[in-house]
Design a protein around this ligand. Structure first.
Ligand SMILES: [Ca+2]
Length: 472
């Protein structure tokens, strides 16, 4: 946990970045979605890291990890400080981006595992191919679509390939269908982002003359991490002294820096191809950083959540509040830091469709909102609250172990167990650390938010709830 002074320091830092940027901000060009001729439709490149923390990037206040290329992307676009994913682990979070729905509505309560493990948690073995996906909607509207890197929306016997979700070209992992090559190399994961970016650049070069949408979903910094000596060189000073082991900082920082360099390589190529001005590049992470309490991360689980409590699996901010950077030169305001808009993974589908001029039929009944106004640089208040459910235990420090349900509406965030054994209310802008529970002082807010989140939970598919869930 960060001391309060550090929290304030980071917040002042981000505010200062925002203030400085406002002075040089480019005018944002708003336009009516749907009014654009086909030739002007923007391309979309969605770079999605795996288990990267809110505080892992220089532009989010990290002083130790070198991320110059993502910092530059933020300086050229909009950086959001209140962006949420809708699941605290991989598959649920990814489901929300792809479908615009809360993942539990599709039965995706946890990560897709073996089919026996899925069954034990009342989960399907893959995301329903009938679900509307952002890729299918864009493909149907004339976009060429691609997906390179992690999939994790279902694999194993009978699982559909990514192509069945409206994706034209793909090479993935944790999936069926064509796999990323080189998996027998002991440094496969360390080199995987380079490989994913190579594939993405190929795809973009081939499709440069038509509108395209591509998911660039990295395998890192998800554990197990095994960076090359070359990647660790800049972090030599974090090597443990007098023993032959690598230090966790060397390992984790080298991994994030490689991710950053590969993002830089991709962005540079997009700009070289003359596509920068017509391409919206977004960067985020699927959930909070892994904890060193988990076996595969004991040597590396030190990702930074910034000022927040909670890590992967937790519904406290550190588990679900993520970096979100959007660059679209001439449209996004350069260097803007948006500290007020509350944006989420479920908003991705309606927002992308709005920017692409794709009309959504009312039967889609999405849980997200069109937040394109915020992406283009004007903060926007959302009209609906955000809600989460996590049915399983949370590992690590007691401070990360959250209740089962959470709801964020305006400044308030309520976390609770349905049996009311725990009720916590936080004023998030004032108390981002979630350490000052004001539930007893605000009974009316607790009443309203608890009614909303309990009503929502009743609409979700039933299933087993792990014994240690919601416990401290
Ligand atoms: Ca993840």
């Amino acid at each position: 946990m960060m001391p309060e002074t550090t929290v304030m320091h980071r917040r002042r830092f981000l505010t200062a970045v925002g203030a400085a940027a406002t002075a040089v901000a480019l005018p944002s060009r708003l336009f009516a979605a749907g009014a654009m001729p086909n030739t002007k439709r923007p391309n979309f490149v969605f770079i999605f890291a795996d288990d990267l923390g809110w505080g892992d990037l220089g532009c989010y206040g990290n002083r130790q990890i070198k991320t110059p290329f993502l910092d530059k992307l933020a300086a050229q676009g909009v950086l959001f400080t209140q962006f949420y994913v809708n699941g605290s682990v991989c598959s649920p979070s990814r489901t929300a981006f792809m479908t615009g729905h809360y993942p539990a509505t599709h039965g995706v309560h946890g990560h897709f595992a073996t089919h026996a493990q899925n069954k034990a948690r009342a989960m399907p073995n893959w995301l329903d191919t009938k679900a509307h996906t952002v890729t299918r909607l864009l493909k149907d509207a004339g976009y060429t679509t691609g997906h390179f890197g992690k999939w994790h929306l279902g694999s194993g016997d009978g699982a559909p390939e990514p192509g069945e979700y409206g994706i034209d070209e793909y090479r993935t992992r944790s999936s069926n269908g064509p796999q990323l090559e080189g998996t027998s190399d002991p440094y496969f994961r360390a080199k995987s982002t380079s490989l994913i970016v190579d594939r993405t650049i190929d795809f973009i070069e081939k499709n440069r003359d038509k509108p395209f949408y591509v998911n660039v979903w990295t395998l890192i910094p998800h554990a197990t991490l095994h960076p090359t000596d070359e990647q660790m060189k800049p972090y030599k000073r974090y090597a443990p002294r007098g023993v032959p082991y690598k230090g966790a900082k060397q390992i984790y920082y080298a991994t994030v820096s490689d991710l950053d360099q590969q993002v830089g390589r991709l962005v540079k190529r997009i700009d070289e191809l003359g596509l920068g001005d017509n391409t919206l590049i977004a960067f985020s992470s699927d959930n909070g950083p892994e904890d060193f309490d988990i076996g595969n991360a004991v040597h590396s689980g030190i990702g930074d959540t910034g000022p927040f409590r909670g890590r992967k699996r937790s519904l406290y901010e550190g588990g679900i509040r993520m970096p979100f950077i959007v660059r679209w030169p001439g449209h996004t305001s350069a260097g803007k830091v948006d500290e007020t808009s509350i944006v989420a993974g479920v908003d991705w589908l309606p927002t992308v469709c709005s920017l692409a001029g794709v009309k959504l039929s009312p039967d889609l009944k999405g849980d997200g909102e069109d937040m394109s106004k915020a992406l283009l640089g004007t903060p926007k208040q959302r009209s609906k609250p955000l809600m989460w459910e996590w049915r399983f235990r949370v590992f690590g420090d007691m401070a990360h172990r959250c209740p089962i349900l959470a709801i964020r509406e305006a400044k308030w965030k309520l976390l609770m167990n349905p049996d009311r054994s725990r009720i916590e209310l936080y004023d998030i802008p004032k108390d981002p650390t979630e350490l000052d529970n004001v539930a007893e002082k605000q009974p009316e807010v607790v009443k309203q938010l608890s009614q909303k989140v309990l009503k929502w939970q009743k609409t979700l598919p039933p299933g087993p709830i792990e014994q240690l869930r919601g416990r401290r």
